[in-house]
Design a protein around this ligand. Sequence first.
Ligand SMILES: [Zn+2]
Length: 230
Amino acid sequence: MFSERPDRLNGYIGTHVGAGAITPGEKSTSVIDRDATDAIFPGHPLVRITNTTHDVLIDLIYATPDNVAGQTIYQRPICLIHRDAAACLRRAVMRATEVGCRLKIFDAFRPQEAQVILWDTAPDKAYVADPRIGSNHTRGTAVDLTLADEAGQELDMGTAFDDMTSLSHHFCDKVPPLAQANRLLLMNIMESAGFRHIPHEWWHYALPEQDAYPLIASESLGTLNPMRGL
Ligand SMILES: [Zn+2]
């Protein structure tokens, strides 16, 4: 899955903006057009996600010291995602709303520098992509999230985000049935919107065909690089 070599870390010029998970026939809808034109800079593959633009809750865990690395990684809570993933996210928001839920995002685009910190501090490296290879988060095509109720209260998923143990695996029989059901609801919402799950992290969803999406260099983000202070 992680086939990019570090010397192929790309800027945004010439990056792939292919259909990915977008269902044929849906590309001309206003929702997708909006994310295609809402790039952080003209032609950039990333768009900015906010509570108001995408009707999601956002709690960027790595912009606080209360995360698995035990340190503030992002200097500013700027949430970015690939425009193809943003289009799928809008679908997921609509489907969550239909069942009385909201999506709460913990992380989306992750600069390579942040991936290095997570790799260096990870209690179990099986749960973190080697930065020498690259994370799908650094392609902008992955999102870490959970479900909340309409009041914003997180649903019980059995573990916290970034719990790097077997309890975070889908279908772990040590997780109570209600939490398993909540995970399956999130999976249903996200997969029906075009994302794919991975077996060992209930919170992680990504577009298929990852190799079609290059890693995105944080230098291309200018002042919107979350690693950069004001
Ligand atoms: Zn993830």
